[in-house]
Design a protein around this ligand. Structure first.
Ligand code: PMP
Length: 298
C-alpha cells in the first residue's frame, strides 16, 4: 500500500475514502501462474498500461510510473510466496476532501495478491457455463468511459450478475442499447460459426478491450483459425457452433447454453478446447513463442 508491504489483516483504509463513496477508483485483474522457473505474471506490462490509461481517463495523477508499478507487482507476488495467484492493483482517491470534486483527494495505490481458482467454477471450465442475456444494457460511452476499468463502472456488471445468478445462471451477457452483444460482467465473448471465430469490436460495443481477448485472437490466428471482429446480435449466439468467454479471472470458459438454448452439442467444442489448451500452455510458460508475455517474478 503506497509503497509499503502490509500484512493482510492490516490492509485497511478510512471509511471516508473518496472512491468508496463515488466509485472513483481504477483497477486491474492480473494473474501469475506457476512455471518451471517460478511464478510468472501474464502480460504485466499490458495490464499496467491499461491501469494507467484508466487513471488518465478519470483525471487521476498516479504517483508512480509503469516501471515502478510493474516492479511493485513482482515484489508483492514474491513477498507472498505464492506460486500462482490473482493480482489486484487499485488506484483510488483516499481520505481527503469529501464532495464530488475528485481533484482535492490524495491518490493512493494498493496491490493485493491471493490464490484464486477457476472464477466460474471447475465444473463450468470443464463442461461449460449457463449464460443469460441480461435485461441490463451495457454502459453507453456517451455516459460512461467504457474504456476505463473503473470501480464505479462495475455497478452495471454487478446488477447483471445478481440478476443472472438469482435466476440460476452462471453468468450474464450484456447487450448494447442498440441490441448488439457487448460483454459478460467480467469477460469478453467469442463465438464459432462454420470454423470461423467471431468476436465483437470491443470498443464499439462499450466492452473492455480485454487482454485475454487480444491474447486469444493471437493464439487462434497462430493456430490457423480465421478470426473476425464483427457486430453480433442475440440470435447469433443461439445458432453458434461454439461460444466461449475470456477474461483474466475467468480465463477461457466454454458456454454450454445461452438463454437455455444448448450451444452446439452442449459439450465444449473442438475450437474452444484447442484455444483453452493453447492459452493454459502459454500462461504456464510451455510455449516458447509466447515467452515475451511472461514476467518472471524471480
Ligand atoms: N470485460 C470486463 C467488464 C472485465 O471486467 C474484464 C476483466 N478485466 C474483461 C472484459 C476481460 O478483460 P481481461 O481479459 O483484460 O481480463
Amino acid at each position: 500500500m503506497d509503497g509499503e508491504l502490509v500484512d493482510w489483516e492490516d490492509a485497511k483504509i478510512h471509511v471516508l475514502t473518496h472512491s468508496l463513496h463515488y466509485g472513483t477508483g481504477v483497477f486491474e485483474g492480473i494473474r501469475a501462474y506457476e512455471t518451471t522457473s517460478g511464478p510468472a505474471v501474464f502480460r504485466l506490462r499490458e495490464h499496467i498500461a491499461r491501469l494507467l490509461r484508466s487513471a488518465h481517463i478519470l483525471a487521476m495523477e498516479t504517483p508512480y510510473g509503469a516501471e515502478q508499478l510493474c516492479e511493485a507487482v513482482r515484489a508483492t507476488v514474491r513477498a507472498s510466496g505464492l506460486q500462482a495467484c490473482y493480482i489486484r492493483p487499485l488506484i483510488y482517491l483516499g481520505y481527503g476532501e469529501m464532495g464530488l470534486n475528485p481533484l482535492l483527494s490524495p491518490v493512493n495505490v494498493s496491490i493485493a495478491v491471493w490464490p484464486w481458482g477457476a472464477y466460474l467454477g471447475d465444473a463450468g471450465m470443464e463442461k461449460g457455463i449457463r449464460l443469460k442475456v441480461s435485461s441490463w444494457a451495457r454502459h453507453d460511452s456517451r455516459s460512461m468511459p467504457t474504456a476505463a476499468k473503473a470501480t464505479g463502472m462495475y455497478i452495471n456488471s454487478s446488477l447483471a450478475k445478481v440478476e443472472a445468478v438469482r435466476a440460476g445462471y452462471d453468468e450474464a451477457l450484456m447487450m448494447t442499447t442498440d441490441g448488439y452483444c457487448s460483454e459478460g460482467t467480467g469477460e469478453n465473448i467469442f463465438l464459432v460459426r462454420d470454423g470461423v471465430i467471431l468476436t465483437p469490436p470491443n470498443s464499439a460495443v462499450g466492452a473492455l478491450e480485454g487482454i485475454t481477448s487480444a491474447s486469444v485472437i493471437t493464439l487462434a490466428r497462430d493456430l490457423g483459425y480465421e478470426v473476425s471482429e464483427q457486430l453480433l446480435r442475440r440470435p447469433d449466439l443461439y445458432v453458434a457452433d461454439e461460444v466461449f468467454l475470456t477474461g483474466t479471472a475467468a480465463e477461457v470458459v466454454p458456454v454450454g447454453s445461452v438463454d437455455d438454448r444448448v450451444v452446439g452439442t452442449g459439450e465444449p467444442g473442438p475450437v474452444t478446447r484447442k484455444i483453452q489448451s493453447a492459452y493454459f500452455a502459454a500462461v504456464r510458460g510451455e510455449t516458447a513463442r509466447y515467452e515475451s508475455w511472461l514476467d518472471r517474478v524471480g
